[in-house]
Design a protein around this ligand. Structure first.
Ligand code: FAD
Length: 416
């Protein structure tokens, strides 16, 4: 079996793997990326957060992405019946990027890997990681080629950025059940031929059809739009027929969007992902680290997936470079605790979305601009800013503000 030796092996060439490869390559390390698919390939995760722009900029990938003219996302719209809540990233509490993009991931991820290959980064497509053996922090990883032949790669460190593939969690038995509720999703793309002119046609929207079920509408600059529902797994499964029939039936739940998408052909048979939330027993071990979706995934409601993927891979890569340069790294403190801080903030928002507390705040008619700016910073992905009370006190503040909003509503009713 052919054997190759590298400093760092990166499993998966999604945004997480790409950011890691970019950083480590620029540090002069011998990096290899192994990717199961041939790019471009479809993957879900199309609405980005401003925070991830920092990551792409820091590793030098932003300029090539800018050339693709993706649809600019300057905020997000949430709607429930006739109630609307708009977030504008330029009005957020925390300093930082006030825009990002809505991206067809096939093109976005290919742009990242083309850029890396242009720099000379070694990426092997259509090669699947099927096994790994550790000897201390050194490892030998077995790779299966598309024709079934096997090869091996020795590495001083492995970054598992395999996303939904969850390579090391599966091989090392690291998976654990998530404490986020059991939700599933069904989605596709359409050629948005009835797209309205102007902002209405391009704004990203979350249409809340019931407490736990919502539709995303993510228009792209190429004229296509991503549509998808998230809801309790049992509920999504209760719709009958093929995936196309299920999604067509679900689209009737959205009074606002039904006409726009009615009769349009689905670009591909809608995909269903069951029980979306994922978690792991640990985020790192001797000689490896889990980044991106391979580590943790909460829920798509606040579009945090790619941003956590790039935040985690950038932080991890800096620590790997430090360790390989002979410095001591406290992985628990510098990686796991740091990442968990951010994940915990978002986990609170996801949980409070589905309890209804956050929806109470979003759709409260007595809009408070200070509170809105602070929540907006969280939704932009700036979840490590302890100056923001909605970050620092996330556990109780959402509940408290929702309670006050309810009380005010009651008082208004009794006065009125
Ligand atoms: P990925 O982008 O999944 O890339 C992993 C790569 O690893 C893939 O290319 C895969 O082929 C490769 N791979 C897998 N197994 C192997 C193997 N054995 N060997 C080699 N390579 C392998 N996030 C957002 O930010 N915004 C959203 O709007 C959003 N919506 C979502 C909606 C749904 C329904 C779901 C389920 C998720 C959503 N996400 C969203 C999350 C988003 O999909 C992920 O967080 C994001 O793609 C993670 O990037 P990544 O680089 O970790 O993994």
């Amino acid at each position: 079996m052919q054997n190759e030796s590298v400093d760092v092996l990166i499993i998966g060439a999604g945004p997480s793997g790409a950011v890691s490869a970019a950083y480590l390559f620029k540090q002069g390390l011998k990096v290899k990326v192994v990717e199961k698919s041939k790019f471009p390939r479809f993957v879900i995760g199309e609405s980005l957060l401003p925070r991830c722009m920092d990551h792409f900029e820091e590793v030098g990938l932003l300029e090539e992405l800018k050339k693709r003219n993706y649809e600019v996302k300057a905020g997000a719209r949430f709607m429930r019946g006739d109630k609307i809540c708009n977030f504008d990233f330029s009005k957020k509490f925390t300093e930082g990027w006030d825009w990002t993009w809505q991206v067809p991931r096939a093109d976005f991820d290919k742009t990242l890997t083309d850029t890396l290959e242009g720099w000379g980064v070694d990426i092997d497509f259509e090669k699947e990681v099927v096994g790994v053996d550790f000897n201390g922090s050194d490892s030998i990883t077995t790779i299966k080629d598309i024709d079934g032949s096997l090869s091996a790669i020795s590495a001083k460190f492995i970054v598992d950025s395999s996303g939904h593939g969850r390579v090391l969690p599966r091989l090392l038995d690291l998976d654990k059940p998530s404490d986020i509720g059991r939700h599933s999703s069904i989605f596709t793309h359409v050629k948005d031929s009835k797209r309205p002119q102007g902002r209405e046609g391009t704004i990203i929207t979350f249409d809340i059809v019931s407490l736990e079920t919502w539709l995303w509408v993510i228009p792209f600059s190429n004229g296509y739009t991503s549509i998808g529902f998230v809801g309790p797994s049992d509920y999504i499964e209760s719709f009958q027929g093929s995936h196309t029939e299920k999604l067509r039936e679900m689209m009737k739940l959205s009074e606002y969007y039904f006409d726009r998408f009615d009769g349009l052909e689905y670009e591909f048979e809608p995909v269903i992902i069951k029980n979306i939330a994922k978690s792991v027993k640990k985020l790192y071990g001797e000689g490896f680290v889990l980044t991106g979706n391979s580590a943790e995934f909460l829920d798509p409601v606040f579009s945090s997936g790619v941003t956590f993927a790039t935040e985690s891979s950038l932080v991890a890569s800096k620590l790997i470079a430090k360790q390989l340069a002979g410095e001591t790294v406290d992985w628990e403190k510098e990686y796991a605790e740091y990442m968990k801080e951010g994940v915990n903030v978002f986990a609170t928002y996801v949980k409070e979305w589905y309890t209804g507390n956050l929806q109470t705040i979003f759709f409260d008619s007595n809009d408070n601009p200070t509170i809105k700016a602070q929540i907006c910073a969280v939704l932009a992905g700036y979840v490590w800013d302890k100056e923001n009370p909605f970050v620092k006190n996330h556990h109780r503040l959402v509940k408290t503000v929702a309670r006050i909003a309810e009380m005010e509503k009651e008082a208004d009713k009794s006065i009125g």
